[in-house]
Design a protein. Sequence first.
Lengths: 45, 493
Amino acid sequence: MGFGGFGGFGWSFYGFFAAAVVWLVTYFVWAARAAARDRRQANGR
Amino acid sequence: MVADSSVLLVVTVAYLAMVMGVSLWGYRHSKTEEDFLAAGRSIGPWVGGAVLAATQISAGTFVGTLGRHYLTGVSWTWIWFGVWAGWAASALLVAPKLRRFGALTVADYVGTRFASEGARTLAAGLIIVCYSILLTAQFQAIGEIASAVFGVSPMLAMGALLASTGFYTALGGVRSSSYIEFVQTLIMLLALVCAVPVVIAHVGGITALGEYVGSIEPRMTAWWFSGKELLAFGLAFGLGIAAAPYEMTRYYSMRDVATVRYAIGISMMMQVLIGTCVMLLGIGIRGVFPYLPSPDQASSIMASTLMSPLLGSLFLMAMLSAIMSTVNSILLVTGGAFAHDLYKRLINPAATDQRLVWVNRLSIVALAVIPFWMATLKLGDVQAIVIEQAKFIASFFFVPVVFGLNWRRGTKQGAIWSMVVGFVACLTWTFTLQRSFASHGIDSVEVGVVLSALTFVVVSRLTPPTPEKNLAVFFQARQGSDPSGSNIAKLML
């Protein structure tokens, strides 16, 4: 549990940013695919 | 220094002028109830995303969350993943179906999905009660901030909040409120992003800050909270977000389903930025002032001692924006619940559209005055009131919304009893059992949601199914992104 790591912060700090980026990218990829799927269904294809 | 009152005065006047200008524009463009409560289904993804962020970010973020980081360091920031899980659940299971339905209030959904005016009335009544309590906390917060930062009487500050927010909400409805909240979110982002380098520079940079704060308490730069604790807190927040009426009503105002999904993503993107800045500021202020008497003082002390007059004033406007946007969103929901779900349904079914717009406006004013009066009585601690009401909302509303939108077999009796049982379970656990069971770490919201879900499933299984015509709108195949803005609710209500 000790502190330390790069720049005085541990991975609770850097891990948050990495996880947030992964979260957002995953979300927007899903949203774009859902929009494309809705468009296809609306066009009857 | 913020004590330079001329800068603060100029910033405040410019801010209020913007708010009033947009409200007057909204007033001229709100002729029907659909204009007033759903902005004519015209809100795009960026404004919509900012609106969702603004309604969620409240005084609690600037005072309570920042103070929590001041006290415990980095790890509290992982709570945001619970919040975002709630948003993702909403995007996946709730928001698209509600937008396709395209009604005006959350109780509209309850009444139509379960084919029950009783369920609609119960939902509207519980929303008004719980949100009036939340408003009480927001009035108390502005009173306490004004008193601590400016030495202004709490009554005066609460009166100013009542007059300004009540006025602009009643005047322009959702249309002008959405654009005002867009600007308010930009103010919050700008103030936070500008404040971070100022505070970190005071302690000699990010590395020096990490090393210094870690030397005060090693857990501050690592893990203060265990994974189990973070999961429990995150779950409580997420359950509240997934079915929060003041977020759900905003989905109705957006252009189409795709806009709603993108708006939720943009809102989460803004929250990543806000959460990061609040975390860095909390830790940064700990580096500058390691031993404040109360962590809740961190933000106001930062604004009044570390910042230039302009930045300090901007930061205080950001705090004011956070409170105003939350109050505004709540008033739109409670006013709509009374005017649209109680007045129109129970008192005057023949009311014209124009009359309903005015009943909405008068309801907003009336439902702002009651919490103002309650705030003068100081019924409890601000942060505690905010958290408790969120638990109550989740306990009685999460199941009828999330289960109801995704399980055809749910019935009106199941919905009504799940709301009653969820509410009573949360109430009972909060005031009686929670203390004796505290060592188990079982929160009242978890008890409320689980018992509400069990009740919903068991009672629904034992009662007749909902008529197919009411289910079709929620369970038929996807209908595309509804680009025309036409809404099925008009056919159903």
